[in-house]
Design a protein around this ligand. Structure first.
Ligand SMILES: NC(=O)c1ccc[n+]([C@@H]2O[C@H](COP(=O)([O-])OP(=O)(O)OC[C@H]3O[C@@H](n4cnc5c(N)ncnc54)[C@H](O)[C@@H]3O)[C@@H](O)[C@H]2O)c1
Length: 368
């Protein structure tokens, strides 16, 4: 199959959909891979590395789109890319259709086959192509929190791990899912005193068994006790398909110590503090009532090399399936990949996308 890897052109996106190693694996399986010049630069992969892997380089995004049977990307095609979409072309990327009617209409009109990373779903509801980015964001949350606790960034001037004879910082993690667990791994590894709160006893049990952390049921009463002592709070709650619950109210900030830090990873779902508003890597923090807020909505974008490698580790097996078998057979044989199908032949095939946009849908099976 002819596979195209355009350079990402959405603002501040430095990831690339296929690494040179991934390109080599696809070429070894008998496919042709064309990569746009400079597509890997932001993630530290040179054009020469792609050429050595056997890929063809092209300076023209348009010709990559027009020749490829399968386009592999990171972010949804932006409006400048919509004219390139064509009937029966498979596009495999993060789409997030449910919140974007214009994007959805453009893809419906194109007749392309749109398989969304974010809805590829395993048998127990796990999201294997979202998980790597939650792992990155969780680990990074502790790292960023530790930085902003430093005096020069306005923080309390506390070293996360303390030193012999001086107590370590207290880290409170709200939500013990993938982000929360990864934040806890790094915070406990750095020697901080870590408490994780969740409403799922099963999650708390798992964390209690696997990490040197305290676990606590997430109730308003427990939260108010904890935030008085916390130096760093990491927001990592998720109610799938809904806005994040606003666990920390504005008035609660007065209970916190001046110079303490909230890293609200859940900002992409609205944030779990009432005072959270989205920020960017260029201007990541602001202060409310003496509490530093870090709320970057695309944290993995700050470490594109790690994020590209983590993402492509997860996507490559699916790309191989699509290329080896064609989309219809690959989706028939792999139910997780079938759940990724959002749009095909001008029809929405994912009920949640259709419902969010009040549009009709058909079952994916009817098109396979
Ligand atoms: N900012 C970024 O760059 C970035 C990157 C990746 C993920 N995220 C976001 O981080 C959030 C967490 O993602 P995840 O993959 O860890 O989700 P997850 O589903 O693995 O974990 C969420 C956890 O929150 C818990 N929870 C729900 N309600 C709660 C409450 N009231 N109190 C305490 N815990 C509660 C759930 O039981 C679950 O264990 C999501 O909003 C996700 O979109 C943001």
């Amino acid at each position: 199959m002819k596979i195209g890897v355009p350079k990402e052109i959405k603002a501040n996106e430095h990831r690339v959909a296929i690494t040179p190693a991934g390109a080599a694996a696809l070429i070894e399986a008998g496919h042709e891979v064309t990569v746009e010049n400079g597509a890997g630069i932001g993630s530290g992969f040179s054009d020469e590395q792609y050429m050595k892997a056997g890929a063809t380089l092209s300076t023209h995004a348009g010709s990559i789109w027009s020749q490829a049977e399968l386009i592999v990307k990171v972010k949804e095609p932006i409006a400048d890319e919509w004219p390139h979409l064509k009937k029966s072309q498979i596009v495999f990327t993060y789409f997030h259709f449910a919140s974007n009617l214009a994007l959805t209409k453009a893809h419906l009109d194109s007749g392309a086959i749109c398989i969304a990373y974010e809805t590829v779903e395993g048998p127990s509801g796990e999201l294997p192509l979202l998980a790597p980015m939650s792992e990155v964001a969780g680990r990074m949350a502790t790292q960023e929190g530790a930085k902003y606790l430093e005096r020069q960034y306005g923080g309390r001037g506390i070293l996360l791990g303390g030193v012999p004879g001086v107590a370590a910082a207290r880290v409170l993690i709200l939500g013990g899912g993938i982000v929360g667990k990864n934040a806890a791994v790094i915070a406990s590894g750095m020697g901080a005193r870590v408490t994780v709160m969740d409403v799922s006893i099963a999650r708390l049990r798992h964390l209690d068994e696997t990490l040197p952390v305290e676990t606590l049921y997430s109730s308003r009463h427990n939260l108010l006790e904890q935030i008085k002592q916390a130096d760093l709070i990491i927001g990592a709650v998720l109610i799938p398909g809904a806005a994040a619950p606003r666990l920390i109210r504005r008035t609660d900030l007065s209970l916190m110590q001046p110079g303490s830090v909230i890293v609200d990873v859940a900002v992409d779902q609205g944030g779990c503090a009432e005072t959270t508003r989205p920020t960017t890597h260029a201007d990541p923090v602001y202060t409310v009532d003496g509490v530093i807020h870090y709320a970057v909505a695309n944290m993995p974008g700050g470490v594109p090399r790690t994020s590209t490698l983590a993402l492509t580790n997860a996507t490559l097996p699916y790309v191989l399936e699509l290329a080896n078998e064609g989309w219809q057979r690959a989706l028939r044989e792999n139910p997780a990949l079938k759940r990724g199908l959002n749009i095909a032949s001008g029809k929405i095939t994912h009920p949640a996308v259709a419902e969010s946009l009040s549009l009709p849908h058909v079952s994916p099976e009817s098109l396979l």
